[in-house]
Structures are given as C-alpha cells and as structure tokens.
Design a protein. Sequence first.
Length: 587
Amino acid sequence: MVMTRGHDDLYRTIFENTGTAMIVIEEDTTISLCNEAFVALSGYPRDEIEGRKSWTEFVAPEDLPRMLGYHRRRREDPAAAPHNYEFLFVDRHGRKHPIWATVALVPGTRRSVASFLDITDLRRAKEALAASEANYRTIFEAASDAIFIHDPETGAILDVNQKMCAMYELSREEALSLTIADLSAGEPPYDREHALAWFRKAAAAPQLFEWLAQDRHGRRFWVEVNLKHVVIGGKVRVLAVVRDITRRKEAALALYEERERYRVTLASIGDAVICTDDKGMVTFCNPVAADLTGWPEKEALGRPLAEVFRIVGEFTGQPVDNPVHRVLREGVVVGLGNHTVLIGRDGRKIPIMDTAAPIRGENGEILGVVVVFRDDTERRRAERERRENLARLRRSLESAITAVATLVEMRDPYTAGHQRRVAELACAIAREMGLPEERVAGLRFAALIHDVGKTVIPAAILNKPGHLTEIEFALIKTHPEVGYDVLKNIDFPWPVARIVLQHHERMNGSGYPAGLKGEAILLEARILAVADVLEAMASHRPYRPAHDTKEALAEIARHRGELYDPDVVDAAISLFTTKGFSFDRIQ
C-alpha cells in the first residue's frame, strides 16, 4: 500500500472507530488509553477507564491467576511469553464474554498494547491499524498470526513480525537474512520449488493454502498461508500471513475457520471503509465497502460520497443527511444510528451500522472523512426476533401470574382484588418516582402474587373476624417466606422472589421475616409495602370496616421515615392528592 499524506491520521482515526476493542496498558497495569469499541465492550464511560481502571478488573476471577502469570512472564521475557490467548472478559454489568486477546509491548517502553476480539458472535479478526506509524508497528507485532513481507523479484524477506520469529524460532536478524526457499525444507509437495511457485502465483492473484512448515530445529508443524500482492513504496510485494493450524489440523477443531484472516492494510479491514478528502470526494473504498455499495474502488474514486454511499431511513425511506458535511464542518464523530439503510448501486437495500469521523493532520486540520460501516441485516433480524419472543414470554408469564393471584384470592374472598389493586398502586408510585419501565414491570409481577404464601394458611385464620392469637399471627407472618420458597427457583428477569420476601420489612427493622433496615430492603419491596398498607386500610376486612383514604394516607405519613421509605410515602401522597389516583378506578 502506498504511504501518502494523512495515512498516520487515518490509522489513528480507524483505531478510534473500528469494531475491535483496544487499550494501552501502563507498567502499573492501569489503562492509559482505550478506544470507543473498548468503551462499548466494557460498558464503562471512557473517563472511568483511562487512568482509573486496571486491566485486571476486566478479567474473570477464574482466569485472573493465569492472566497475571502471562503478564509477569511478558515483563520478564517477552519472547518466551504467550502473546495470544483466550479469557473471560467481565463487563460493567457482570456479564462474561469469551475474548481472544493479542498483547504486545510497545518498543522501547514498558507499555503494552492489547486488542480484544469477542469470539462469542464474530469469531473473526477485525483488527485495526493504529493511530501513527509507531502504533502501526505495534499492531503489526501484536498480530496473532505470523506476518512477513516478501520481495518476489529477489526472493528476500523484507520484514517480519515477532510472531513469525517465534514460530520459526529465529531472531529478527536471522529471519531477514533468509529467503522463501530457506523456510521450506520438506518433501514434495511441501518443498522449496512448490513454495516459490505459490509466491509467484501471488504476484497475480491472492493465494490461500495449507503448508507443512519446519522451524530451524527441524520441528514440523501445519500452517495456513494467505498470500496477497500489495504495493509498498511503488513496488509490488507479497504480504504473507501465516497461521499455525497444527492444533486445528490434528484435532479437527474449526474454532477459527470463520474468522477473517488478520489484516495489516486498510484495504483488508473487516468493516467496510470509505474515505474522502476535505471536499467530500471519495479517495478510498475497501473491498468490503465495494461489495456492499456495488461501487468498485476504481469507479468510486473521485465521486461525491453521497453518490456512492446512498443512505435512507429504515422506516421513513427518506434520504438521511450526508454525514460528511457535518464532520467537515464541526470536526465531530457522527453515528447515524441503528435505523439506516444503504441503497446499493443495483438498488439493494442493506441495513447498516455506520460511523463517520474526521481525518486530522498533524496540526489538527481536517483532511477528510472516514466512514466505517457494516451489514446489520442479521443483527436487526435477531433483535426483532428477540423482542417478539420477549413480548410473548411476558404475556405468557403475566397470564400465569394472574392465574396464581386468582387462586390466592379464591381462598380469601374478603381480599378479592387486593393483589391487583396493590399492583396498580405500586406501579403508579414507581412511575411517580421515575423508575424505568423495566423495573416497574418486575414490581408489577411481584405485587400480583405478593401474598401467594397465604395459600398454605388455613382459610379460617385468614377470614377470622376477631383478633388473632399469638400463634395464629405467627403463622400469618410465615407467608413472605413461603412465597419466597415458591418463587425462588423461577427464572424471572427481576428479583421477584426477594421482593415478595421483603414486602413486610420496615425501615426501622421492626418488620418481618428478617428485620431488615433501610437500604438493605429492595426499593421495589419498600414501594410494595406502602401500596399494601394503603390498599389494606382502604378495604373492608372481617375484623374491621374500611378506613377512609385520608386516614390511610395519614397513617403512612405519620410513620414516614420510621416504618416506610420517605420518598415512597411522598410519591404515594402526591398520587392521591394531586394526581387523582383512586382505587375505585381499578376494575
């Protein structure tokens, strides 16, 4: 690839906008630099990562001893330590992601550069070029595959990465003194002549083949060789990417068969990339972008981006504002969201995810724009299916919960409708307090069956018109724990069982069954407690007539902060006094 003005800036821009998560690790294990992909992977904002987080915080406990061992060995002897390995990455929400990591020391420093590939979904390498020539070299050295540059005219090896040296057990100086023929000493068809033939073919067309390699000590191992001719400094070279597939070959494992081969040039990055100059005219279009847009690079060059990269809204079908103008004008990174559709040259409509960012020069001037995008068809289809399945599951779950609530109320006709009214009030209080709808949904399910534990209590006790004996009341007090035991093994997406268990706890610890205090009680349980008390006081019971709503509100106000959460009390009072809430409106 011909090195021209702005490539360093382009690499820096790609580093920030590619789909591969990358960080720079200081000697004390803190993270000094991360890109947006790592921010998305970790779930933390950038200002909570850079300078404040150690890479060890993102490693699952079961993998941490092994990773620390790699880290120590890499510091003591970089050549002997592994540079590629899998581990479980823990994000901000505690989710674990299987990750393929590539780590290398930055030459002349005690820093490391690490790149992370989430192999749960992708199983393909989408490495990015770095922000400058130094970072470009670091990524080249951190590659999980052996890479070298070959001169097809002389047969000489012009450049190698650390992985290449380790694979063949050569020093860099030794590797650069060899030719392609020196690396192939096997019998036909894995001999020198066949190796040279493959490299001659690569000058005309890319070649991909498997090879039985041999290191300096005669150890033989299987490799996959990917050859592609490139132009560097105006001269045709052969880029060779060599991957050790011995384990896969011997064990018939296909873990990495779908991964794209590691790329070290912008033309072969995994995402589609289009670059423009400062006038918005296309200056580069990689093969992925050419395939998606239908515009080969030669035909796309020199055209306005809006002609090659035609985008419309997914739901409106109307043209979306060209991002180039805003990026050039404001110098900001622009993401066009999850509802953008690319109109191909042949009229195809392809859902995409895309980002546009400025390419800056050494002095900060904007030299152009880089647009990075990918086909989002499968992800959107999967997301639609996920939403539909979730909606069906929730409808089924609510039907089941309603049936259980009906069963409870059939045993106690005096409290018929109690759980439903409590649920409506609890949800109204939660919304008044600003809780997100996802938490409100969990609270609703818990409220609808908060008294499920009463199904084991004799109806005679539940309907007793007089005061309960000490033993009878002790039996009544078991219903939260019974309800918890019934619900604890159901895989709700919310803490329903714990909410039911705690709905009779009180702020001062006087509640039951555990005597929890204050913040130790779930917020949803504190809301449910107030709703439960208000509805019970406002309803008729065998042992007393219904209280007036004002009396019920006065009761919770009197014990605000003592028995009941003050914020919950305030929200409940506001609902009845200013928002017009009434139990009479609940069917």
